[in-house]
Design a binder for this molecule. Structure first.
Ligand SMILES: Nc1ncnc2c1ncn2[C@@H]1O[C@H](COP(=O)(O)OP(=O)(O)OP(=O)(O)O)[C@@H](O)[C@H]1O
Ligand SMILES: [Mg+2]
Length: 323
């Protein structure tokens, strides 16, 4: 668990705080995403958590301990850090880069080798093809995967990830996000994830912290932030398609009209969707099948129906748009 209490940072010779009395906590095993425009203080927050930057005032606790009471090397061993510019050492192979921390921890060479190979596999890099290469021989996306592998190397319970998928095109980025979320299901790390992409924040975060000019503007689940933006700044950042974004986070089962299996309404459906899929997917299915109602299933049983009219009503309601 990570807690920040009124944390403030004013860099020397500056007047405006880079981070201004920010308070939040992240529970064990959760991903908290910091999102906001360039210069709003995201990287500074991460660097204060692993003591690369000292706060001007306020307190930071990791697993209940004030980080000032923990030896900084010992602290950093618990915290994997994926830095914004990837930061692979150019004159070291990928094997050496990923094995950096285990080597510092004086693991045996055999154990390091085994861990590196395992990690490359986990992040989707072919170990045999990649381990001997130098960073310049990899694509941007491959370098980012190697950066994530390096941060995971010593299996730290906490990860700080500063725009870890920033340097790749939207398609590769989407794939890296999916892979990472799948990995997180298994490893359950406590993660601070930084991005300036609101869509990435909504997709990756159990919680989101919206920042602007060093200040915390809003914190909440993606659903809370989307349904109730705290002010115009948050609303503008979400964009005009707030309704559609909400449909991506809303499960079909939460909007459906319940029906019983075998009823006329259930029999009338020509296309179907699993109850836990997002409402946005229901629209997809309807369009593909040229139908304006979709049957909602749990397992093989039809448990509800969801119509285009019901979805439209919901969009109007959440957009605060009175019909
Ligand atoms: N070492 C430093 N000395 C002085 N000012 C700094 C220092 N590091 C950061 N700043 C300033 O603090 C503010 C916050 O910087 P920070 O790097 O945390 O922003 P960010 O949200 O990560 O931005 P980006 O999205 O561009 O990475 C900026 O105004 C920056 O210029
Ligand atoms: Mg930054």
């Amino acid at each position: 668990m990570i807690q920040l209490e009124l944390v403030k940072k004013v860099f020397p010779n500056t007047t405006v705080p880079a981070v201004d009395e920010v308070t939040f906590s992240i529970n064990k095993g959760n991903i908290c995403v910091f999102v906001g425009p360039s210069g709003c203080g995201k990287t500074t927050i991460l660097r204060m958590i692993n003591r690369l930057v000292e706060p001007t005032s306020g307190n930071i606790y990791v697993d209940g301990e004030n980080i000032l009471d923990v030896d900084s090397d010992e602290l950093r061993r618990r915290i994997g850090y994926v830095i914004q510019q990837i930061g692979l050492l150019p004159h070291r192979t990928i094997e050496q880069n990923v094995g950096l921390v285990p080597r510092l921890l004086k693991w045996s060479e055999a154990k390091i080798k085994q861990r590196v190979m395992e990690l490359l596999e986990i992040v989707g890099l072919d170990p045999v093809e990649t381990a001997w290469k130098y960073p310049y021989q990899l694509s941007g996306g491959q370098m980012q995967r190697a950066g994530v592998a390096r941060a995971l190397a010593a299996d730290p319970p906490i990860m700080l990830m500063d725009e870890p998928f920033g340097a790749v095109d939207p398609i590769v980025r989407g794939r890296l996000q999916d892979e990472f979320l799948r990995l997180q299901q298994e490893v359950k790390k406590t993660i601070c994830f930084v991005t300036h992409d609101i869509n990435e924040a909504l997709k990756m975060g159990d919680y989101i912290v919206v920042m602007n000019m060093g200040k915390l503007v809003q914190k909440g689940t993606p659903m809370e932030v989307l349904s109730n933006p705290a002010n115009k700044f948050v609303k503008d950042m979400i964009g005009d398609d707030r309704g559609v974004k909400l449909l991506d986070l809303t499960r079909a089962e939460s909007l459906m009209t319940a029906v019983t299996e075998g009823s006329a309404a259930a029999r009338d459906c020509s296309c179907f969707l699993d109850a836990i899929q997002p409402v946005k997917m229901a629209l997809e299915v309807m369009m593909k099948n040229d139908s304006d109602v979709v049957g909602i299933c749990r397992g093989k049983e039809v448990v509800g129906t969801l119509s285009w009219t019901e979805i439209k009503k919901h969009i109007h309601k959440i957009s605060g748009d009175q019909e």
